[in-house]
Design a protein around this ligand. Structure first.
Ligand code: AMP
Ligand code: GLY
Length: 422
């Protein structure tokens, strides 16, 4: 099978490694890819939102499957663009992608299909007073979300009512541009977060390993939100009882809801959940895999990922094989100092060849002559797979310490909170 993978981060490097292991692969192209994906296939310099250029490449190179990593092209309708073309797309239609592209749509979907989620209401520019009224009914802290995509920055948690009111006004006045022309206000849920992933053909699904993400830049979950500083899979509190509840109360009603609403869906669904005293609540949907969760989840999958993708595309995912290795994966992300605010690029990365069996996924790197240099905020994601959490932590940090570039930074406490739960 000839495959084109769209994207260029750590998630796509992890997908590229898994796709390259498939016996069904004949050629893998990655657009735009990165120096890591270049070791799995051929990088092609295409803009991920330029559907015509992607379409030409697909037609000219006989691509049979298009795997879409990031949400942006999905929300813009890349799957719809290829509907009548002879290529399978792994990623939902624009309608399905609205589960991530519009928080208001997602909350309405959850409510209509009886999926447990925080109580909410949505407001636009003309409803500021009603928004204040709803905030007055809630107790602090207050959760305000830009309706549209805001590069992961569109959620603000306000500690008191006056801050919540001024935040609502700022958001509706365009703090996040068009993305916050509508704002979802919701009840704050107290609990521990966990991310659950499925691959679906729109009728059946395969449950992938769950993961915990570490979103804040600082240790002990302090400081600004990032794209993700680390991930651990499995998650000790996501035991059989909890996961059964997740499937019955969240995953199955979602798949049934998509069918009832006439939304055909091929691809991943990422459920951002809160475990509230053992009960799962859905915080958000993403219509793609997480980053860096993918770098922890895929190494645990004992499956031919292209065969699964083919099943998802053809509607026979239920007959495909997929099991999970009973191992623990820990991923630590190494970032450029300053991230998620301003940071420098171009620092030479050393130590990449000295990490033994562990995996280094490139997220924001570039080649400069024969050197690999930093080229983004999140630069590398290092994953260790071991028999238990302690061994995986020892192993991953042993590798991370061997990698260096000027002003590099990583959190030293990934997985430490989970160690206390075992
Ligand atoms: P989201 O972009 O929807 O994932 O939100 C970003 C982060 O905000 C989540 O990962 C949670 O940590 C937090 N969050 C979002 N909604 C809620 C909520 N209703 N209660 C508590 N925390 C929330
Ligand atoms: N790591 C969170 C995300 O991919 O959305």
């Amino acid at each position: 099978m000839k495959v084109l993978l769209i994207g260029g981060g750590g998630r796509e490097h992890a997908l590229a490694v898994k796709i390259a292991q498939s016996p069904r692969l004949t050629e893998l192209y990655i657009a735009p890819g990165n120096p890591g994906t270049a070791e799995c296939g051929r990088n092609v310099p295409l803009n991920i939102s330029d559907f015509e250029a992607i379409g030409d490449f697909v037609a000219n190179n006989g691509i049979e499957m298009l795997v879409v990593g990031p949400e942006e092209p999905l929300v813009k309708g890349i799957a719809d663009y290829f509907t009548d073309k002879p290529v399978s797309v792994i990623g939902p239609s624009k309608k399905g992608a609205a589960l991530e592209g519009s928080k208001d749509f997602a909350k309405d979907f959850m409510t209509r299909h009886g999926i447990p989620t925080a109580r909410y209401q949505s407001f636009d520019k003309n409803q500021l007073q009603q928004g204040y009224g709803f905030l007055e009914q809630l107790s602090p802290p207050f959760v305000l979300k830009a309706d549209g995509l805001a590069a992961g920055k569109g959620v603000i948690i306000a500690g008191d009512l006056s801050e919540a009111k001024s935040t609502l006004k700022e958001m509706l006045d365009g703090k996040f541009g068009a993305a916050s022309s509508k704002v979802v206000i919701e009840e704050f849920l107290q609990g521990i977060e966990v991310s659950v992933f499925v691959l679906t053909d729109g009728k059946s699904y395969k449950l992938l390993p769950e993961a915990k993400d570490y979103k804040r830049i600082g240790e002990n979950d302090k400081g600004l939100n990032t794209g993700g500083m680390g991930a651990v899979s499995p998650v000790p509190f996501a035991d059989r009882i909890f996961m059964d509840r997740v499937e019955k109360k969240i995953v199955e009603p979602t798949i049934r809801g998509l069918q009832a609403d006439g939304i055909s869906y091929t691809g991943f669904i990422f459920f951002g959940l809160m475990n509230c005293a053992g009960e799962p609540y859905l915080i958000e949907y993403n219509v793609r895999m997480g980053d860096p969760e993918t770098e922890a989840v895929l190494p645990r999958m004992n499956a031919d990922i292209l065969d699964l993708f083919d099943g998802a595309a053809k509607g026979n995912l239920d007959v495909k094989q997929c099991s999970i290795y009973p191992k623990t994966a820990v991923t630590v992300v190494i970032v450029s100092g300053g991230y998620p605010e301003a940071y420098e690029k171009g620092a030479v990365i050393e130590g990449l060849s000295s990490i033994g069996e562990n995996r280094v996924y490139h997220a924001g790197t570039a080649r400069n002559g024969d050197k690999t240099v930093s080229a983004g905020g999140r630069v590398l994601a290092v994953t260790a797979l071991a028999d238990n959490l302690s061994a995986a932590l020892d192993s991953v940090y042993d590798s991370v310490e061997k990698i260096h570039f000027e002003k590099c930074y990583y959190r030293r406490d990934i997985g430490k909170d989970l160690q206390k739960m075992i």
